[in-house]
Design a protein around this ligand. Structure first.
Ligand SMILES: Cc1ncc(COP(=O)(O)O)c(C=O)c1O
Length: 402
């Protein structure tokens, strides 16, 4: 009789489960037990998609737009994306340079798979979105983290990038605006970073998913817009999740030089084929719809951002940066370290997260999964009433810290 068991690959065993999803699951489990939980951990807008997206999807369903499209997405959508990139970002792409995917996440995965060779080092500014190191490792690459200073607003320093270069460095991941910090690089900083990449012959994967969520006059610039040389080596990634509050639709895209786009489309062709045809139509609707829905959401996020930052800055024990984009604040623990919050000694962000959830019923995300164990992430993608309730509880717990 065979005694063999199913054996998982090293690749599978090496994957770190997503800590952001774990917090969400724990908060939901506590809520299901009847606890009054305020969830400030979520990473998705609490708005409806623009009506134009919903209408386009309903029409597509009724009209039976239910067949395979070409793997890269149907032509009219890729034309609309090319138009968006020209109008919003000053970037000229042909439709054959666009690949539509199942979320920006798949676009990023495709990009790492076609650009990252076994053993290549990939520079990832830290704090970073949890998925980048995992996707780099799945492509056989080695993530190399480049720290930034919380006190300086987590901005990326070219000198810090230079310090991590080796002969094996091949790629740079740029995420401006950034999850988890809410930082956005100025156009001048983007220029310096893109010039650094050109100087050292690096490719750039630029995740611009939060581009529309910018506040108080902050300006988003794509590194691809810096120069033709920078554009040639950049893969621009974007999607509908954040700008159009369409996380569940799973629709995103990438734009790149023709051979790179072709490789990504062929790669995707063997993994998932085209992104969902109805979601493609919904994205087309969102892109063609009027910009008012997005502008309204951005104004609401800006008001919440101001409120959240003001409240957090008034709390003892925290150091709170001034994020200008996305919908996150990423405070570090100041003199809270070593003190007791809600009965638990807090040494780092993990401890504070557990203390806040168990002791006050507020869910936040520990900073360790973003590369900063001394920090935690608060999302203001929730109503003002919920924010006020959650921040009241956090403040009470921090004021009572011993
Ligand atoms: C920085 C960043 N990039 C990409 C994504 C994923 O986007 P999508 O939902 O389009 O896959 C997220 C989602 O949280 C994100 O925060």
């Amino acid at each position: 009789m065979s005694t063999s068991t199913i054996r998982l690959t090293k690749r599978a065993l090496g994957i770190q489960p997503s800590a952001t999803l774990a917090v969400d699951a724990r908060a939901k489990a506590l809520a299901a037990e009847g606890r009054d939980i305020v969830n400030l951990g979520v990473g998705e807008p609490d708005f409806l998609p623009p009506p134009a997206a919903t209408e386009a999807a309903l029409t597509a369903i009724r009209e039976g737009f239910a067949k395979y499209t070409v793997a890269a997405g149907f032509l009219e959508l890729r034309q609309a994306i090319a138009e968006k990139l020209l109008v919003d970002n000053g970037l000229e792409y042909k439709p054959e340079q666009i690949v539509v995917s199942t979320g920006a996440k798949q676009a990023l995965y495709n990009a790492f798979q076609v650009l990252c060779e076994e053993g290549d080092e990939v520079l990832i500014p830290s704090p970073y979105w949890v998925t980048y190191p995992e996707q780099v490792r799945l492509a056989g690459g080695i993530p190399v983290f480049v720290e930034s200073d919380a006190k300086a607003g987590y901005h990326i320093e070219v000198a810090a990038l230079e310090a991590k270069l080796t002969p094996r460095t091949r790629l740079l991941v740029l995420n401006s605006p950034c999850n988890p910090t809410g930082a956005i690089e100025t156009p001048e900083s983007i220029q310096a970073i893109a010039e650094f990449a050109v100087r050292h012959d690096l490719s750039i994967i630029s995740d611009e998913i939060y581009e529309k969520l910018v506040y108080h006059g902050a300006v988003h610039k794509s590194p691809a817009a810096v120069s033709p040389e920078a554009k040639r080596r950049t893969v621009v990634v974007n999607g509908a999740s954040k700008a159009y509050a369409m996380t569940g639709w799973r629709i995103g895209y990438a734009a790149a030089e023709p051979p790179v786009a072709k490789a990504m489309a062929e790669f995707q062709g063997h993994v998932t084929s085209n992104a969902n045809s109805i979601a493609q139509k919904a994205l087309l609707g969102a892109l063609r719809g009027d910009a008012d829905a997005v502008a309204k959401m951005v104004r609401e996020f800006e008001a919440r951002r101001d409120y959240t930052v003001r409240r957090l800055k008034a709390m003892p024990g925290l150091e709170v940066p001034d994020p200008q984009a996305a919908f996150y604040v990423f405070p570090t623990l100041g003199d809270l370290v070593g003190r007791k919050v809600a009965g638990k000694v807090v040494r780092n962000g993990d401890d504070l997260t557990v203390a806040l959830l168990d002791g006050t019923g507020v869910a936040v995300v520990p900073g360790a999964c973003f590369g900063r164990p001394d920090a935690f992430r608060i999302s203001y993608a929730t109503s003002m009433a919920n924010l006020a309730k959650g921040l009241d509880r956090i403040e009470q717990a921090l004021r009572a810290a011993k």
